[in-house]
Design a protein around this ligand. Structure first.
Ligand SMILES: C=C(O[C@@H]1C=C(C(=O)O)C=C[C@H]1O)C(=O)O
Length: 161
């Protein structure tokens, strides 16, 4: 099926999964979960690349505001879980400078999928397809409740109609 939301949701889920490394990078430091300067940088570069791909930059920013909120949902959930369960705290601290380039690559992948699904996303069937693709992705990737909640926060802006 050329018109599938699967690759888009997989890319969004992979981006949500990077939140684990981001949360671990910030845990035990004074670096806050929310970094407005980095968010602005992500939104600016996404808008720029959207234009290159022939996408509406405002729509791309709307979608990525949700990707960013999704990341923070997961980071907050992990930080409160680790605060309550010290035995499950991360034992190593990833370098945020190494995680962010991975996120940048996933941003590109999400953008390409936005372009490839434009027709599908403006079709009235989008909401139904999105719901079934969400459930399928959750099962395929065996998402736990925290990452399921993250992915749920990532998808509300995907259907246009
Ligand atoms: C993922 C991060 O945490 C938050 C989420 C961001 C995102 O999803 O791109 C960007 C900045 C932070 O507000 C990060 O700091 O890189």
């Amino acid at each position: 099926d050329p018109a599938s939301l699967d690759p888009l949701l997989h890319a969004a889920a992979e981006r949500v999964a990077t939140s684990d490394q981001v949360a671990a990078a910030k845990w035990g430091t004074d670096q806050p979960i929310e970094d407005p300067a980095r968010e602005q940088q992500v939104l600016d570069s996404v808008a720029r690349e959207a234009v290159e791909l022939g996408l509406d930059p405002e729509e791309a920013k709307r979608v990525f505001r949700d990707q960013i909120e999704a990341s923070k949902v997961v980071q907050r959930a992990l930080h409160s879980h680790w605060a309550a369960h010290p035995d499950e705290q991360p034992t190593e601290r990833p370098d945020l400078g190494e995680v962010r380039p991975v996120i940048d690559r996933l941003n590109d992948e999400v953008l390409r999928e936005l372009r490839d699904t434009e027709q599908l996303r403006e079709h009235p069937s989008c909401d139904g397809r999105l719901a079934s693709t969400f459930v399928r992705t959750r099962h395929e990737l065996r998402l736990d409740p925290v990452h399921t909640a993250g992915l749920a926060r990532a998808v509300p802006s995907l259907c246009r109609a």
